[in-house]
Design a protein around this ligand. Structure first.
Ligand code: DON
Length: 591
């Protein structure tokens, strides 16, 4: 408490000095709407919609379609995702789930042979593809909540596909990491790779202009006809033919039966701010609500900045939240989830009470009772143990945050899962298909591409939605619980919820502006592996030592996540936005 006061005072002092010294480089503030996305062309598309009189939904959908063109390594028409949409007029928030579902022919052990998970089968190629939801989701958002026409909103994406975009360092890095996978599919190789002088396939050079005429045609069809061609027409047939030829399972019936789902947003609160986030099939929202709830109980006055005692509590809370994920979470349409209990004040108090402030709880002691598979997981059984330091370039996802001038807000996270998804492109359409099947637990206790371990709740079944970490989140003003103050989200697989939690804490506990909140170093724990991950800007050496002394096993990693956030100041009603400095995005707004 005393520490908090001192901390607050020194922060106020620092802020005063900063302001007195002039605010060169300060976060720009906008009177109009603002947007943050992972690619400049997507942010420009969103801003264009706002400038045409569109609302936050028009802007977010234009950005999402553009990202499908310029960021094929993270999202696309063949993927799926979640969106929170807040309507300032009615004060209502909708959680739209357009995540992929398992095809009807999917089976529990489809990736297991001779009792072992076959490496690559759930991440590379046609068998890894789940029925895509992005097209249904984006177009439903537009139809139900947008103001502009499909033709206007899809125009920037069509233009980007036709004229092309230049290959960035990030594109190149992920294309390099996925070169072999892309090389397996002649259509994907033709579009996303180039041939070198020896005729071998490789990632295109930085600056190479990458055009996608097939995708431009597909987008034009969607602009004209809506989602029907994708789910029941010629595009559906192309996807089915390609997937079938590659040994995958998706049929015309699967596509025809695809439906988005609307959920009540998951509600929580943090230090007087109402939070709305994504409920299951996202496990992310539950972790956000639980972790912030426990931290508030443990430190009612706020968290001191980068204090080892506080980082310890944060890590221990995450460890417990990820245990609950492992035990309970899956597709809510197929699994009974004790959601109310898991987020109730009493339960959060129990979690808080189970934390030893002096030392780390070994994850092995928290394994679900009777789960021998979990125990053997720690002995690294058959699928190869997860090594975050070698897998960082292969994965992706993307997030769009928008708050418009009227206070409407969208937080939309969307993905094809791994970098370039399954690496399969439906012939002649430019549609790159996801590998979202990997988000199921292929076998109880065996970690997936993000090191996440799941059990029965997240096992594969026909028509089931795989559990996700994606956590689009809206934080509301203290003064007006219907007014959005912060829209935030990130990629990063298992690290998504913790990135979101840290951005929120940086704003609420530390009073940081949105640029600083997004740029701060990150710390992550996910129960298994039993390691505390610290990014290169994460913590000072003395703090690391103090954490080690408490029994945490530390792992330094370069960087993860790509937080995209928009802040609307409840007092001034000015907006500011930030795109993660770790990546290549941009934040833009209207003067
Ligand atoms: O839905 C999920 O949790 C994953 N498919 C997200 C993948 C991801 O964020 C990869 N990012 N770096």
């Amino acid at each position: 408490m005393g520490k908090m006061r001192t901390h607050r005072k020194s922060w106020a002092l620092a802020l005063g000095v900063f302001l007195a010294a002039g605010s060169a480089g300060a976060t720009r503030q906008y009177r109009g709407g603002a947007v943050a996305t992972a690619h400049p062309m997507a942010s420009e598309a969103a801003l264009k919609m706002l400038n045409k009189g569109g609302n936050a939904v028009d802007a977010a959908v234009a950005a999402a379609f553009t990202l499908a063109v310029v960021g094929p390594y993270h999202s696309g028409l063949g993927g799926g995702g979640f969106a929170l949409v807040h309507d300032a007029k009615t004060g209502e928030t909708r959680a739209l789930d357009f995540r992929e579902v398992a095809p009807q022919a999917a089976t529990r052990d489809m990736y297991v042979k001779d009792g072992k998970v076959v490496p690559g089968l759930s991440t590379d190629g046609a068998l890894s593809v789940a029925v895509p939801g992005a097209v249904a989701g984006y177009l439903e958002l537009l139809e139900k909540h947008g103001k502009l026409s499909r033709a206007v909103v899809l125009q920037p994406a069509i233009e980007a596909a036709r004229a092309g975009f230049w290959v960035s360092p990030k594109y190149q890095a992920i294309a390099k990491a996925r070169r072999d996978c892309l090389g397996q599919d002649p259509e994907a190789a033709r579009i996303f790779l180039v041939k070198n002088a020896e005729g071998a396939l490789e990632a295109p050079p930085i600056g190479h202009q990458l055009r996608q005429p097939d995708l431009a045609r597909t987008l034009t069809t969607l602009a004209k006809s809506g989602p029907a061609p994708f789910y029941t027409g010629a595009l559906a047939q192309a996807m089915v033919d390609t997937v079938k030829a590659g040994g995958g399972l998706i049929t015309r019936e699967d596509l025809k039966a695809y439906k988005t789902r609307t959920h009540a947003p998951m509600e929580g609160s943090y230090r007087g701010h109402r939070l709305l986030t994504m409920p299951p099939p996202s496990a992310g929202g539950v972790a956000v609500v639980q972790t912030l709830g426990v931290l508030e109980k443990l430190r009612p006055q706020g968290l001191a900045f980068r204090d080892p005692e506080e980082i310890h509590l944060y890590a221990e809370t995450l460890r417990r939240a990820y245990v609950d994920r492992t035990k309970y979470l899956g597709d809510p349409a197929m699994v009974q989830i004790p959601l109310e209990r898991l987020t109730s004040s009493g339960y959060l108090a129990d979690l808080a009470g189970s934390i030893d402030p002096k030392k780390a709880t070994p994850s092995v002691s928290l394994l679900p009772p009777g789960e021998d598979a979990g125990g053997s997981t720690l002995k690294k059984p058959d699928a190869g143990w997860y090594d975050p330091s070698t897998s960082s370039e292969k994965k992706n996802t993307t997030h769009v945050s928008v708050i418009d001038k009227d206070g409407n807000a969208v937080a939309l996270t969307t993905t094809v899962n791994y970098g370039f998804g399954s690496c399969v492109v439906a012939k002649g359409t430019g549609i790159l298909l996801n590998d979202q099947m990997d988000d199921f637990s292929a076998r109880p206790g065996v970690p997936n591409a993000y090191g996440l371990v799941g059990y029965e709740a997240n096992s594969i079944a026909p028509g089931k939605v795989p559990l996700s970490s994606m956590s689009p989140t809206l934080v509301f003003s203290k003064e007006d619980p219907k007014k959005v103050m912060l829209a935030v989200g990130s990629p990063g697989g298992s690290t998504i919820p913790t990135t979101v939690i840290q951005v929120i804490s940086n704003v609420v506990d530390q009073g940081m502006d949105v640029t600083r909140a997004v740029g701060e170093g990150r710390v992550h724990h996910q129960y298994l592996p039993d390691e505390l991950w610290v990014d290169q800007w994460g913590l000072e050496a003395a703090t690391l030592k103090a954490l080690e002394a408490k029994g945490h096993k530390l792992r330094r990693l370069p960087a993860w996540g790509d937080a995209e956030a928009v802040y609307s100041d409840p007092r001034t009603n000015l907006r500011s936005a930030a795109s993660d400095p770790r990546n290549e995005g941009t934040a833009l707004g209207q003067d």
